[in-house]
Design a protein around this ligand. Structure first.
Ligand code: UDX
Ligand code: UDX
Length: 465
């Protein structure tokens, strides 16, 4: 028998907490779901009367929010209140790579997780099930447990690990029909009861055989492992893309050829300018840090190579542009199509576009950017965050436009940084006519029709060809 959950609270209304809780509320109309966040502006945006203005751009999400919000889905900054009334609390706050102290640049910063645990301990007067949704280093649950048990008001806490595998851009599909749900819990009777309570929540729409249960540590490590394997696949295909460029092989043909082997499979074999996103780099660095902390040097070095390859791929793309444009881009206009780390999201965290732009600005290029979903404030913020040059210098060298044709006008080269579908359907002859000649296209995502562009007169570089 497991306890029936009627009230859920989620701390953190970000790219993970927002969509995940919206779908839980949609699929479980009898559960009241309250998503809380410290950031008032973010909560206000989630509550915007027009659901197209919610802070996370994700296909299908506005419809889900419209269906559940106000019925059993609520967004609020009243954190204490929501914690107090809930039987189950998801922690979905960010866990960025540490920027200070021990483990700087490698380890996950668990400051926000600890703050959440202390707040829950302080506010709770009834028993709670705490669910780690944020991706965490192995054995974090132990620290959370210790804080709760030593600072709480004598109430009982059970800790579960329930990592999220959704990918941005397809979050709603992934949440509606997940490959699997993973839940880790303690083997004790109380632990299993808590675990079953969460299984019952998901069983409202996910077939039971897709709900996997493990111990806490396996669950925590599985999330890091899944992201490490996925990122490794991208670095593997990217490593071979460089070899293709030197040998006359074509990376798309190689990918298709190996992808038909059912043991390898066809997905996640697109060569690119590099992977981005909030998770891959952070989670691998974290894995490397954990391995090193146990003295496992070879294990750490093995996984670190995935990051080294990705950094190389980003740098290589920028270098290629400079080299091709007769070894100088100083004063030249380079048009970026796309800034997000992948299509169908407004998220730019760790986007390769940021690092390629930074390299080109160091070479004194002028960069104009068009992305269908990313704002000028975000783009400038991403560059300023690197502290490579002054904010005013960035603002002087970068122009953000809301029209792709304007963005490319007069440019010496176009760099395609994100695989937005709309890039395929542009009037490329019109773009060509308005560019400085010779007109170059550097396709970092293998997205445009190379043959057609060559026919028009473009000089085209495609990764891995
Ligand atoms: C985050 C983590 O990055 C990821 O590892 C994990 O798997 C899920 O949570 P994401 O949702 O993309 O991913 O992060 P973000 O969009 O930054 O959202 C986190 C939210 O938590 C922010 O809105 C922030 O304001 C909020 N927050 C943070 C709190 O409400 N309280 C805190 O103490 C800290
Ligand atoms: C990833 C995981 O897929 C997801 O399960 C986890 O919960 C969070 O991290 P996300 O970062 O949102 O999701 O997107 P994903 O589709 O995995 O793409 C990550 C990066 O890899 C993107 O920059 C993407 O463009 C790149 N990529 C992906 C490639 O370059 N080639 C590919 O074949 C696939």
């Amino acid at each position: 028998m497991s306890k029936k959950i009627t009230k859920i609270c989620c701390i953190g209304a970000g790219y993970v907490g927002g969509p995940t809780m919206s779908v839980i509320a949609q699929k479980c109309p009898n559960i009241k779901v309250t998503v809380v966040d410290l950031n008032q502006a973010r909560i206000d945006a989630w509550n915007d009367a027009d659901t197209n203005n919610i802070p996370v751009y994700e296909p299908g999400l506005p419809e889900v929010v419209a269906e559940a919000r106000g019925r059993n889905l609520f967004f609020s900054t009243k954190v204490d209140e929501a914690i107090a009334e809930a039987e189950m609390i998801f922690i979905s706050v960010n866990t960025p790579t540490k920027t200070y102290g021990t483990g700087k640049g490698m380890a996950a910063d668990l400051k926000y997780i600890e703050l959440c645990a202390r707040q829950i301990a302080r506010v709770s007067t009834t028993d709670k099930i705490i669910v780690e949704k944020s991706t965490l280093p192995v054995r974090t649950a132990e620290a959370v447990k210790s804080i709760l048990q030593n600072t709480g008001n004598g109430v009982q806490f059970q800790i579960l690990s329930n990592p999220e595998f959704l990918a941005e851009g397809t979050a709603i599909e992934d949440l509606h029909a997940p490959d699997r749900i993973l839940i880790g819990g303690d083997p004790t009777e109380e632990g299993q009861e808590a675990l079953n309570a969460l299984v019952d929540v998901y069983a409202n729409w996910v077939p039971r055989e897709r709900i996997l249960t493990t111990n806490l540590w396996s669950s925590e490590l599985s999330k890091l492992t899944a992201n490490a394997f996925l990122a490794q696949r991208v670095s593997s295909i990217n490593a071979l893309s460089e070899l293709c460029e030197h040998t006359g092989a074509d990376i798309s043909e190689v990918a298709r050829s190996i992808g038909t082997d059912s043991r390898i499979g066809p997905k996640f074999l697109n060569a690119s300018v590099g992977f981005g996103g909030s998770c891959f780099q952070k989670d691998i660095l974290n894995l490397v840090y954990i391995a090193r902390s146990y003295g496992l040097q070879q294990v750490a070095d093995y996984w670190e190579q995935v990051i080294i390859m990705n950094d190389h791929q980003k740098r290589r793309f920028g270098n290629k542009i400079v080299k091709t444009l007769y070894n100088t881009v100083s004063g030249k206009k380079i048009a970026f199509l796309g800034w997000a780390f992948k299509k169908d999201t407004n998220d730019t965290r760790e986007s390769p576009a940021i690092f390629v732009a930074d390299d080109l600005l160091n070479e004194e290029a002028r960069v104009s950017v068009y992305d269908p979903k990313v704002s000028e404030t975000q783009i400038l913020g991403d560059l300023n965050y690197l502290h490579t040059r002054s904010e005013s210098k960035n603002a002087e060298l970068i122009t953000v436009l809301d029209n792709a044709y304007e963005c490319c006008k007069g440019a010496h080269a176009i760099a395609i940084m994100t695989e937005w579908d709309e890039f395929k359907t542009y009037d490329w002859e019109k773009i060509y006519a308005n560019m400085t000649k010779p007109a170059f296209v550097f396709d970092g995502r293998n997205v445009v029709d190379r043959k057609k562009l060559l026919q028009i007169g473009f000089k085209v570089y495609t990764i891995g060809k």
